[in-house]
Ligand binder design. Structure first.
Ligand code: FES
Length: 95
């Protein structure tokens, strides 16, 4: 669906799998370029969600990054070695 216009220059981890990325691009862009479209499941119905607006307005792209939940993947810049995971349901209290 999406194709990267330039070469990747680093790697990140998504659900334990290594994928190519570019430093500074958004995590959402890196995941979409790698073919990932399912970022989270909703807390109420468990429905799958992926990025929609790519500008921080819809909150459909929530993920866990470095163990921190509820981060918008479209607003998280890629850094080498970044570790992200799918967010399933609501975050636990205190996280
Ligand atoms: S894609 Fe809409 S907030 Fe990230």
């Amino acid at each position: 669906m999406f194709r990267r216009s330039g070469p990747s220059d680093c790697e990140i981890t998504w659900n334990g799998a290594t994928i190519p990325a570019r430093q500074g691009e958004s995590l959402a862009a890196a995941l979409l370029a790698a073919g990932v479209t399912h970022f989270r499941d909703t807390a109420v119905s468990g429905s799958p969600r992926g990025p929609f607006c790519m500008m921080g307005a819809c909150f459909d792209c929530l993920v866990e990054v470095g163990g921190v939940a509820n981060l918008q993947a479209c607003l998280v810049p890629v850094t080498p070695g970044l570790e992200a995971r799918m967010q399933i349901g609501a975050r636990a209290a205190g996280n």
